[in-house]
Design a protein around this ligand. Structure first.
Ligand SMILES: CC(C)=CCC/C(C)=C/CC/C(C)=C/CC/C(C)=C/COC[C@H](O)COP(=O)(O)O
Ligand SMILES: CC(C)=CCC/C(C)=C/CC/C(C)=C/CC/C(C)=C/COP(=O)(O)OP(=O)(O)O
Ligand SMILES: [Mg+2]
Length: 289
């Protein structure tokens, strides 16, 4: 029986896609907010690009969904050990269905991105190719794979800001950096969580290369760096004081994630706490506009 809608949504990991799309629109909002206060006066409050913001959301939703799907396509063997309940190893979706679905999403997302402007189009094209390269090859490269996902997720903010061309890109670099650091730390924690299945499969991840303890210390260092830099958007006057109060809540979540990893030696709970903290950080970004 062919895969149903629910299975395709599961393949996309639609919750991640919604969060990524939301982050991209926040990037558009924050860039616009900064550019309208710019002395040149080339932007005014009444001309917020609502239609293009919808396109930004849709492009990121499609391309991140494509990235999750192609990831499961190439991970079928390792997932049959670590995640046997996922759509492909469980038999609810075939490899061919997943591959065609992924390429359809990549193509649609990239075409829509070029509709916005050339910078958006080239970011979408580059990210699509990187997601395929990650799933096929890069994932098995210690740390480089983690950094790729960090860049890709952080790039959602840059993508949203690139609705305004290059000037949008430079104002959102700090948010890109914060997200990239937080996600990279979480990706290392996820590799610590998957170390047994990865060993059986002969994968070459950072925890397998240097040991779970040292990999954990690196994840903690990167996570703490993100927390230390988190007040920057306020002090750089990109976001208001509401951001500062709420991001301190998110920072407590990051500390809880670090506690779960270092003290309780629980990478599963740590990974989940990282994700909750990132969600609060997203809320902080929007509250700070
Ligand atoms: C310190 C500070 C203020 C950090 C900012 C953190 C922040 C706002 C991050 C944004 C993260 C974001 C845009 C997430 C979207 C969801 C997503 C695509 C995450 C990447 O997930 C890849 C992961 O491997 C999926 O795994 P799983 O969640 O287990 O399915
Ligand atoms: C900005 C634009 C146009 C696109 C960005 C698209 C985004 C947000 C990509 C980054 C996040 C993402 C969707 C990554 C997909 C690849 C993925 C699931 C990586 C993690 O996979 P594994 O390392 O295999 O771990 P699990 O499969 O166990 O989660
Ligand atoms: Mg995978």
């Amino acid at each position: 029986m062919s895969a149903g809608i629910r299975t395709y949504l599961e393949l996309m990991r639609y919750e991640n896609c919604l969060m990524a799309g939301f982050a991209a629109v926040i990037g558009t909002l924050i860039a616009f907010n900064i550019l309208i206060s710019d002395a040149s006066g080339s932007y005014s409050p009444e001309n917020f690009p609502l239609f293009y913001s919808g396109l930004v959301f849709l492009v990121v939703l499609l391309i991140s969904g494509a990235g999750n799907t192609i990831n499961d396509y190439f991970d079928v063997r390792i997932d049959s050990i670590n995640r046997p309940d996922r759509p492909i190893p469980s038999g609810r979706a075939t490899l061919k269905e997943a591959l065609y679905f992924s390429y359809t999403l990549f193509s649609l997302g990239t075409l829509l991105a070029f509709w916005i402007n050339l910078i958006c189009g080239f970011i979408a094209l580059f990210n699509s190719l990187l997601l395929i390269f990650y799933a096929k090859t890069l994932k098995g490269t210690p740390l480089l794979g983690n950094l790729s996902i960090g860049y890709l997720t952080g790039s959602t903010f840059l993508f949203g800001a690139s609705v305004f061309g290059f000037e949008g890109l430079e104002v959102l670099f700090v948010l890109f950096l914060l997200a990239a650091l937080a996600i990279t730390a979480r990706e290392i924690v996820k590799d610590i969580e998957d170390i047994e299945g990865d060993k059986v499969e002969g994968a070459d991840t950072l925890p397998i290369r240097v040991g779970a303890k040292k990999a954990g210390y690196l994840a903690v260092f990167i996570g703490l760096l993100a927390v230390l830099l988190s007040p920057l958007p306020y002090f750089m006057q990109m976001l208001g004081v509401r951001y500062l109060y709420l991001v301190l809540l998110a920072d407590m979540g990051f500390f809880a994630a670090i506690y779960q990893l270092l003290v309780r030696n629980n990478p599963t709970k740590s990974s989940r706490m990282f994700k909750i903290a990132m969600f609060f950080a997203l809320i902080a970004f929007i509250a700070g506009v």
